[in-house]
Design a protein around this ligand. Structure first.
Ligand code: CO
Length: 442
């Protein structure tokens, strides 16, 4: 027990969750030096959807963004979110691409890499943890939290032990939908503290309204670090807001040591940015219905947009009912990138066609073939046979079947390369990257 540490997420998850990932580097930079002095455990600044958003919407080089952050943040470790073998994309990459990406992330300023796999298939964390250790970064192994008949306390404890054995420096419990209830958190974190020696960090979203209460019980159970976002972009579908925790824990055994007045001043800056970008603003409200549907906030807004685009918005409720059915048939994957997209798209197809699985997405077929790893449970046998049509399921870790690809990417994009990192940008988002490079060339 004792002092609790905060990871500030407004520069990554905060604006990803509430401002469609639209904050630009020039908007953030003026306060990074001040934030750096506050005494945060770390600042999450990179990865997740920010990389894609930089080149797709902001006409910014994500690698340059990272370097500029690092120049201003000399004291506070910088943190990123990595989708394991998916890196920052939606499919598995070969190990040579993953290794180069991790090497370059650390070289350009990342200190802590939070590594998760959407299926909690630990084989997909192994290499990322290994490479992060190799290049001197802090490897944070992650367990994605979800609820299903298969996801019991035993599952989480076993996964946590394996992650520690793999060489993780800390463990993150990642609750992307706000499903972890306060007393369950107390129970789970108490047990985790007994089972593993590495520090435990909790990442929650306030989507269902439970997040802040869950953090308080987690603190009582001895959690080491919690993720919060400054209130300008905190609460709702983002992290629980930072400032109340500083106030709450002040003069208690959990005291964060962070100055409440200074943090409020910095928050004013982000309120200004938020007010200028109103058109991207998400929901600060809470939606307890998510506790039943278990669909994370990000996935809900994706589904809404997708249905609007296809003039199917009247089918929204039908799709919401279809998601848990598809999820069960696919062996109860947690709903987080990229499984949230895979399950969501199939649910839309099933409703749109009126005949379930008469149209099957390429992604769901790849999922069934094992290209994303092992699902927690069994895939419906009949569906599996119907969709695979005699094709075989991959044995072992999928990336072991992938040939090295870095040299091919380098060759494909050679006329645009200005620095080695460009090859990685291209590997992750080929068509968007090419447009971005084209524009940069002038
Ligand atoms: Co998150």
């Amino acid at each position: 027990m004792g002092k609790i540490k905060l990871t500030e997420t407004i520069l990554r998850d905060g604006h990803q969750s509430l401002l469609a990932t639209r904050m630009g580097t020039d908007e953030m930079l003026p306060v990074i030096g001040e934030m750096d002095k506050l005494g945060y455990h770390s600042m999450e600044v990179w990865g997740g959807a920010t990389f894609d958003s930089c080149i797709r919407y902001l006409d910014e080089d994500p690698w340059i963004r990272l370097r500029r952050f690092k120049e201003k943040a000399k004291n506070t470790p910088l943190q990123m979110l990595l989708r394991g073998q998916n890196i920052l994309g939606y499919k598995h990459y070969p190990d040579d691409v993953l290794e180069k990406f991790i090497e370059k992330s650390i070289e350009n300023g990342i200190d802590i890499i939070r590594i998760f796999d959407a299926l909690n298939d630990v084989r997909n964390l192994k290499k990322a943890i290994e490479f992060t250790n190799k290049y001197g970064g802090h490897a944070q192994g992650t367990i994605v939290y979800t609820t299903s008949p298969l996801h019991d306390v035993e599952h989480y404890l076993e996964t946590a032990k394996t992650v520690q054995e793999m060489g993780a420096d800390s463990l993150c419990l990642k609750d992307m939908a706000g499903l972890l209830a306060p007393f369950e958190a107390y129970n789970l974190i108490t047990k985790l503290k007994n089972e593993i020696d590495i520090p435990i960090q909790l990442h929650a979203h306030n989507t269902t309204g439970l997040g802040s209460m869950t953090y308080l019980k987690a603190a009582e159970a001895g959690v080491d670090v919690i993720d919060t976002a400054l209130s300008a972009l905190g609460s709702g579908s983002s992290q629980p807001p930072t400032e109340p925790f500083i106030y709450l824990f002040k003069n208690s055994e959990y005291d964060t040591g962070i100055d409440f007045d200074k943090v409020n001043e910095i928050n004013e800056h982000f309120r200004g940015i938020r007010d200028e970008k109103k058109e991207f603003l998400g929901s600060f409200g809470v939606d307890p219905r998510v506790l039943k549907s278990q669909i994370p906030g990000g996935m809900l807004s994706n589904l809404r947009n997708q249905l609007k685009d296809q003039n199917m918005f009247d089918k929204y409720d039908e799709v919401l009912n279809e998601v848990p059915k598809v999820r069960e048939e696919m062996g109860f994957p947690p709903l987080v990138t990229p499984t949230s997209q895979i399950i969501g798209i199939q649910a839309v197809f099933n409703v749109a066609t009126g005949e379930r699985y008469s149209v099957v997405s390429k992604e769901i077929k790849n999922y069934i073939k094992g290209q994303y790893g092992n699902p927690p449970g069994k895939i419906d046998q009949e569906l599996k046979e119907q969709i695979l049509k005699g094709e075989t399921v991959i044995e072992g870790r999928y990336a072991d079947h992938l040939e090295p690809a870095l040299d091919d990417y380098r060759e494909e994009i050679k006329e645009y390369i200005q620095k080695e990192e460009d090859i990685l940008t291209y590997a992750l988002f080929p068509s968007v990257a090419k447009k971005f490079f084209e524009k940069r060339k002038g």
